[in-house]
Design a protein. Structure first.
Length: 230
C-alpha cells in the first residue's frame, strides 16, 4: 500500500510541476513583452520594446506565442461558452490585431498554439475535448490548412509540436485501439507514421521536441524513451 500511496503522491506532484512549468513557459513571449490579466477580467499587452501598453477586449487568452513582429493568441471574443473561439494576430509595431481563424465548433475551445520562424500550429477543439482538429499556417503566405482529416470518426489527433518544417503528433484510433506517432512535412504535405505505440494513456499522450528531435514515451511493462532525429 505504501508503494501505491507514494506513486499517487509523486504523480500528483509531477502533474502540478508540469502545469506550473507550462504556465511559466507560455508567458515567456520575449524578455520585453508580456500579457497580463486586468482586474476588469480583460487583458493588456505591455511591450517594452515599443514602450506601449495596449488593452485587449478578450476575457480569456488560453494559449499564446510570440516573435519579434507578432503575438498570436487563442482568445474568447463573444464566445457562446466563454471558452476561446478565435486565433488572433497582434502586430507589435502597429498595435493592431486581427482574427486569422474562427472555430468551426458550435461550442469551441481553441488552444495549443506553437510557433517557429515559418509556421504556426494550433488546435480547434469542442468544449468536451472529444473532438480536436489541428491546423497550421504558413507565416509567409498566410495560408491555413488542416493538419490532417477533420472530424474523422473514432480518430483522436493530439496536440502537435513543431520541428523546423515538420510537425508531429500522436494519432489514436479508438475503434481499433491503436496509437501511433505521426510526422508531417509542412512544405510537401507528406504524412508518415514513425512509431506504433503499445499503449496510449495520460502518462504518454504528449510529445516534446528540440534541436530536430522528437521525444516521446511508450509504456507496456517498462518505460521506453524514443528519439527521432530529423
Amino acid at each position: 500500500m505504501k508503494i501505491i500511496e507514494r506513486t499517487i503522491i509523486l504523480s500528483c506532484v509531477a502533474i502540478f510541476l508540469f502545469i506550473v512549468f507550462k504556465a511559466v513557459y507560455n508567458g515567456a513571449l520575449s524578455n520585453r513583452s508580456i500579457i497580463k490579466p486586468q482586474s476588469s477580467n480583460y487583458y493588456q499587452i505591455i511591450d517594452k520594446d515599443f514602450n506601449k501598453t495596449v488593452d485587449l477586449p478578450f476575457t480569456s487568452i488560453t494559449s499564446f506565442r510570440g516573435n519579434s513582429s507578432s503575438i498570436f493568441m487563442s482568445v474568447d471574443h463573444k464566445s457562446p461558452n466563454a471558452l476561446d473561439n478565435k486565433v488572433v494576430q497582434y502586430d507589435r509595431m502597429t498595435q493592431k490585431y486581427k482574427t486569422i481563424f474562427n472555430s468551426k465548433f458550435e461550442l469551441p475551445s481553441m488552444q495549443g498554439l506553437e510557433l517557429n520562424e515559418n509556421w504556426l500550429v494550433w488546435v480547434d477543439a469542442d468544449e468536451s475535448g472529444w473532438q480536436l482538429n489541428p491546423y497550421f499556417m504558413n507565416l509567409k503566405t498566410k495560408e491555413i490548412q488542416p493538419l490532417t482529416k477533420e472530424n474523422e470518426e473514432d480518430v483522436f489527433n493530439d496536440f502537435p509540436v513543431l520541428i523546423g518544417d515538420y510537425t508531429a503528433w500522436i494519432k489514436s484510433d479508438r475503434k481499433v485501439e491503436k496509437a501511433e506517432v505521426m510526422l508531417k512535412n509542412l512544405k510537401t504535405n507528406e504524412i508518415e507514421s514513425i512509431f506504433d505505440l503499445n499503449t496510449y494513456t495520460f502518462m504518454n499522450m504528449h510529445l516534446s521536441s528540440k534541436d530536430g528531435k522528437i521525444l516521446f514515451t511508450d509504456k507496456k511493462i517498462i518505460m521506453v524513451i524514443c528519439i527521432y532525429t530529423m
